[in-house]
Design a protein around this ligand. Sequence first.
Ligand SMILES: *Cc1c(COP(=O)(O)O)cnc(C)c1O
Length: 363
Amino acid sequence: MEADRIYNFNPGPGTLPLEVLKEAQAEFLNFDHTGMSIVEISHRASAYDAVHSRAKADIKELMGLGDDYEVLFCQGGASQQFAMIPMNFASPEHKGSYILSGQFSQKAYEEAAFLNVGEIAASSKDGNYVHVPQQSEFDLDPEAAYLHVCYNNTIYGTEFHYIPLTGKVPLIADMSSDMLSRPVDFKKFDFIYAGVQKNLGPAGLVVVVAKKSFLETASDDLPTMFRYSTFCKKDSLYNTPPVFSIYMVSKVVAWIKAQGGLKEMEKRNRKKANLLYDVIDRSGGFYRGHADEVSRSLMNVTFRLPSEELEKKFAAEALEHKLGGIKGHRSVGGMRASIYNAMPYEGVQTLADFMEKFQKTNG
Ligand SMILES: *Cc1c(COP(=O)(O)O)cnc(C)c1O
């Protein structure tokens, strides 16, 4: 680690690979012999076009997807997708169906409900979202326009470890906080989206990966920038895309490829998550995990301490050990360690050691 940097456990924007940051720094003033910075060149320039195309191709390659899938670059965050999805795909006759597994899925549902095109297929809200609803809990309308799930619940630290079976109903997933963290049978999904600032790059960009045949069913009866068809027809270049974010994502996906792809990411992410869950499980109740074991996230590890005073002390002392961004979301309380792809094993090891030491002196 660089002497002046910390291990950054923030949930989002989150940590990025140091190699990628350094590469971007080295070429910041003169991108690809253009004599201009990547943030100064035209989005119509051929030097930019190469970045745009490579990012799209690498994302599809990592996900094992072929020509029947399209990659789109949108703006407005994952939150804008919450509205665009029902606007484009749902109607009062064929509503969008939602699995409520945390705050972001709730917000997604609320946008559809605002448009009078949303319904709920399952919810774990009553149990304070300690698990993601399992298949047996679904009540899915076979005529639904789609089923929407939030694959990793960033705030609660829960994650889907199975792919919902939906029959003929198209499957949509918000993968903002776990996209490209492990291999998934992405072909089972019709539409996947991610605000990139959690695991893939700097804020300002949403990556959409969707089946072309599903995108073709999107509404054309919408203002230009709210139609997926605009992004499809113009290769996400109808207006100025977030050039810098796409450039950074292209570097992050190249980095993932160079590390060994999604299999290697999963191996590392499991090892890191297990290290923390083991400390929690061995603590005799000093650390209490929020998530049920079946739904534990590999990306966000949430836990509480015996008192709020100890939680404050924990966060403050963690920072003295160069462990930052560890405070949990206000709705869950306690701590949250976000251990995205770019968090090195040493960072998690340092946190695990700190947790054990903290328990010894305060338990
Ligand atoms: C952060 C987050 C969002 C919101 O993303 P924005 O890009 O800030 O709108 C949505 N879904 C999930 C799973 C998230 O983690």
